[in-house]
Design a protein around this ligand. Structure first.
Ligand code: HEM
Length: 224
């Protein structure tokens, strides 16, 4: 039981950083895209956004292995033993990639690292959505019995939340390229693109919070 309790505690911490971190990035983004502020000030706000965002990203990638490990203890996820060890090794590599991209932000190598990170999402999102759906339909691989479906539902909503995460990641990637151009002086075309992409980002952010909070609800209440 002790392992489960510690994993649950870490799982809650990861959620706090994700949900709270997104709010921080959301607020800071207003300053980043504000053309009334000086270039230097906007760059400072952008740096703050990245420093907050790394904690949200760490939360995102930590929730999954913690959740899969707890799922095995709960008996709703079949892969234990060596699979769990393998999963934590993959997680360590994923963690290193996420932080390497952060530490190298603004350098040319960061584009490659961010692109690899994006690919982890492109592979994970369909996998999570398919596994969640087939399990909810009783076809496995996760438990689909009465009182067990909350787990598969969490995997599904987590997969859906990651889609929004990718959209927000693409918005932040664009900042990098657009601010390289803005460094040369005011540019109305770039300002217009920034305003457009941030409007998309803000629009989807509301669904993001609902999905993250909803996934937390499924874990805390286990309603079905
Ligand atoms: C948006 C992402 C997620 C959020 C915000 C979230 C949040 C939470 C919260 C708040 C709890 C309740 C803890 C408690 O009762 O004290 C919980 C429990 C749980 N979550 Fe998640 N979770 C997320 C993703 C996942 C994923 C992807 C999985 C599985 C792969 C997972 C598996 C679990 C399990 C097994 C529990 C039950 C822990 C227990 O009651 O012992 N979670 N989650």
């Amino acid at each position: 039981m002790e392992t489960l309790e510690i994993l649950r505690w870490l799982h809650i911490l990861a959620m706090v950083y994700w949900l709270g971190g997104e709010w921080g990035v959301f607020q800071t983004s207003y300053k980043v895209v504000n053309p009334a502020l000086s270039y230097d000030e906007r760059m400072r706000h952008m740096d703050t956004a990245y420093r907050i965002d790394i904690m949200a990203r760490t939360g995102i990638i930590s929730l999954l292995p913690l959740g899969l490990h707890m799922g095995y203890i709960w008996g709703v996820q079949p892969l234990g033993g060596g699979w769990l060890i393998g999963m934590w090794i993959v997680y360590a590599a994923w963690f290193a990639l996420t932080w390497a991209a952060f530490f190298n932000r603004g350098k040319p190598i960061s584009d490659t690292l961010y692109r690899i990170e994006d690919w982890t999402r492109y592979l994970l999102i369909p996998t999570l959505i398919i596994v969640g759906l087939t399990s909810l339909l009783g076809m496995g691989p996760l438990a689909g019995g009465d009182g067990e479906k909350w787990y598969a539902a969490k995997v599904l909503t987590f997969g859906l939340a990651l889609i929004i995460g990718v959209i927000l990641r693409l918005v932040m990637h664009e900042w990098q390229t657009q601010f390289r151009v803005l460094a040369d002086g005011p540019n109305p075309a770039i300002e217009a693109r920034l305003a457009k992409s941030i409007a998309v980002g803000r629009g989807v952010a509301y669904f993001y919070w609902i999905l993250i909070a909803g996934t937390g609800f499924l874990g805390a209440v286990k309603p079905f």
